[in-house]
Design a protein around this ligand. Structure first.
Ligand SMILES: Cc1ncc(COP(=O)(O)O)c(C=O)c1O
Length: 311
């Protein structure tokens, strides 16, 4: 089959999967000339997914467009999700639930607050009911607590829908397959390197798959904010396999090149010195706000990989 024909078939499959409007798309692609000069790159563009618009924006809006379509279609009345105490995913899920008139429950790894700040303040503003796992905030414990809460709600006659940590399901990852279709239309050549942050792996998996389909010459490079390279590779391959099945795209996920680096974080949520400097640099040279937990670390990785001529 000719690759244009194959792309048409994939686009058709992709468009058949329901979404619900939550994000302002397309997000802009901004050239960052001053930052590129400073770190020794000939060209640097930033895909402004901080401007997706849902309650302050961020990458999760694209994934949630798929999850909430399922939630509305299935007639669920309460959404449960989990994350770190300052989770972007939790904040955006809470906002999406409220926008669609649904109840929302969050399981957060960390201590209850005296004065809520940052995303936690927004979770409270969205009137999410929150359970805090203070002593045991491992992902498996968060998942277990979500399931327990869902069972309690079922017993009370409610219809709960659980969105896994980070919204990183195969369905959610489709949001980033579509984002690559969007990016391909914004960029002259697809012979580029795409640097993306990696937490729960859905964004990375969707970006790799989407690039394979819509920007075949592009190379995707992940920068971890929490997991090891091995853990990322395993989960990303799993998600690529499941996600490609959803759109009937035949690839051998094991053959996908998964290039990622885990040198730019210390422990999830801990601010690093290089991450802090990267946040300052982007603010001072481009007027762009990065955050210290995700995008600051990704920028720190980008700066170092540029210095090492990997990029
Ligand atoms: C701003 C930002 N960038 C990147 C990521 C990583 O995305 P994923 O969890 O899909 O790997 C997250 C996850 O919360 C995020 O909030």
């Amino acid at each position: 089959m000719k690759s244009d024909d194959q792309q048409e078939i994939i686009i058709k499959s992709l468009n058949q999967i329901s979404t619900i409007d939550l994000a302002s798309l397309p997000t802009p692609l901004d050239e960052a000339r001053r930052l590129a000069d400073k770190i020794g790159l000939s060209k640097l563009f930033i895909k402004r997914d901080d401007l997706t618009g849902l309650a302050g924006g961020g990458n999760k809006a694209r994934k949630l467009e798929y999850d909430f379509a399922e939630i509305i279609k299935g007639g669920y009345d309460v959404v449960i999700t989990a994350g770190g105490i300052q989770s972007n995913h939790a904040r955006m899920t809470a906002a999406a639930a409220r926008k669609l008139g649904l109840d929302v429950k969050l399981v957060l790894g960390g201590a209850d607050f005296d004065i809520p700040k940052g995303n936690l303040l927004l979770d409270v503003l969205f009137n999410a009911e929150i359970r805090y796992l203070v002593d045991d905030d491992a992902n498996s414990s968060l998942e277990k607590e979500m399931q327990k809460w869902a069972d309690e709600l079922l017993n009370d006659g409610r219809k709960p829908f659980v969105i896994p940590i980070g919204g990183s399901t195969a369905l959610g990852a489709l949001g980033y397959v579509k984002a690559m279709q969007e990016l391909a239309a914004q960029i002259e050549s697809n012979n580029v390197q795409i640097i993306v942050g990696v937490g729960s792996c859905g964004t990375f998996a969707g970006t790799i798959l989407g690039a394979k389909i819509f920007m075949p010459e592009a190379k995707v490079i992940g920068v971890s904010v929490s997991r090891t390279v091995d853990a990322i590779k395993n989960r990303t391959i799993e998600l690529i396999r499941e996600c490609s099945d959803l759109i009937n795209y035949k690839i051998n996920a094991e053959d996908c090149s998964i290039e990622c680096y885990d040198d730019y974080h210390f422990e999830y949520g801990i601010i690093t010195e290089t991450g802090r400097q990267a946040v300052e640099l982007a603010a001072n040279l481009e007027g762009i706000l990065l955050d210290p937990i995700y995008t600051g670390k990704v920028m720190a990785g980008l700066i170092d990989l540029a210095a090492k001529k990997v990029i």
